[in-house]
Design a protein around this ligand. Structure first.
Ligand code: AMP
Ligand code: MG
Length: 344
């Protein structure tokens, strides 16, 4: 039996999850929020420092294990905001020293992909009839605040097949929402308002090869809103239709080029029902399987870090003693830089 604890702290969320033999047995998190504006990294790090012990004990309680049972501690090494990453790593190092257990550094984006392969639904959600993931070799459409990437494992590496050339899709939606006076986070609010939209308003459609860009669309939307020619409902509806089509065009092209038959969603924007429905439809049309992890595993969370951490640990990866204490964060680590020794 193997038990691995995972720590997530790349941006606004401090999360701790615990996995036992590939099964998620706890997943606790606390999110830093602001009344207006975006994340202030130092404040978010302070938040993480303040909640870390509470979340740790909540996670142990939920898993119904004592800390001596933990075999290894994994943490998000990157990419992310340096002060936030440092807090998570500091917590991981202290724990590793105290419990005398090895550390496993994990790439955050790869964890979003791998959690799509997890077969065990989080216990709390299993009863709610949520879709259970369990892909084998998928393409990930990762849509979060800061990141927008199409990722898959191919040729012994996790490769980025397409990505945003400017803003992350979540930040793009949030920026428009803030401009429209909706506050933060804007994604869920735009989703709700879009339901009332009736007319499609033509917007720039920005797919360049396998990549997407959002800044031109943002400027266009702002201008249209300023001129009061269109309702916010119609603009929100059109924003979602345009931008989600762009994302799915690149994801579909990755599926086609790679000859893969599974799509997994990840990131906070993937909580959007319209994006989920459009993804499902695209998959049905090309006879691919669609996997959408539960909400608690789509957003930033410790369980996905523990899940990938356990796979890596079982393959022999783990740093102890001085080597553990010498590990560093990798704020700009790229998905394709990750050395993969745990997959064949
Ligand atoms: P993450 O960075 O993965 O934690 O995701 C945060 C982003 O997800 C923010 O930009 C939110 O606005 C966005 N988000 C959350 N829920 C939704 C939703 N239902 N529709 C669109 N975006 C959303
Ligand atoms: Mg994320």
């Amino acid at each position: 039996m193997t038990i691995v604890l995972g720590i997530e702290s790349t941006a606004h969320t401090f999360g701790i999850g615990i996995v036992r033999n590939g099964k998620i047995i706890s997943n606790k998190r606390d999110m830093y929020t602001t009344k207006s504006g975006g994340i202030i990294p130092m404040d978010s790090a302070k938040h993480h420092r303040e909640v870390s012990n509470k979340i740790y004990f909540e996670a142990l309680n939920e898993a119904k294990i004592s800390e001596e049972k933990i075999d290894a501690i994994s943490f998000s090494q990157g990419p992310g905001l340096p002060p936030c990453l440092l807090e998570g790593m500091k917590f991981a190092k202290t724990l590793s020293k105290r419990l005398n257990k090895p550390l496993v550094p994990v790439n955050h984006c790869v964890a979003h992909l791998e959690i799509g392969n997890c077969r065990s639904a989080y216990p709390e959600l299993r009863s709610k009839g949520n879709k259970i993931a369990g892909a084998k070799n998928p393409v990930l459409l990762y849509c979060s605040g800061a990141n927008t990437q199409v990722i898959s494992y191919a040729g012994a590496k996790y490769r980025v097949f397409g990505e945003t050339l400017d803003l992350g899709v979540g930040n793009f939606i949030d920026t428009f929402a803030r401009y429209a006076g909706l506050g933060f986070p804007g994604g869920p609010k735009i989703e709700k308002i879009a339901l009332k939209g009736k007319n499609y308003v033509e917007l720039p459609y920005s797919v360049k090869g396998m990549d997407v860009s959002f800044s031109g669309i943002l400027t266009n939307l702002k201008q249209k809103l300023e001129r009061k020619e269109y309702s916010l409902e119609d603009l929100s509806f059109s924003l979602q239709e345009t931008v989600f089509s762009m994302l799915l065009e690149t994801a579909e092209r990755a599926l086609a080029h790679l000859g893969k038959k599974e799509l997994v969603l990840g990131g906070g924007v993937a909580c959007n029902s319209r994006l989920q429905r459009m993804s499902k439809k695209m998959c049905e049309e090309r006879k691919a399987k669609f996997f959408c992890p539960e909400r608690s595993l789509l957003v930033d969370n410790g369980a996905m870090i523990a899940y990938l951490g356990e796979i890596m640990f079982k393959s022999g990866i783990g740093f102890s003693g001085k080597k553990a204490q010498n590990l560093d964060i990798k704020p700009r680590q790229r998905t394709d830089e990750v050395e993969v020794s745990w997959k064949n």
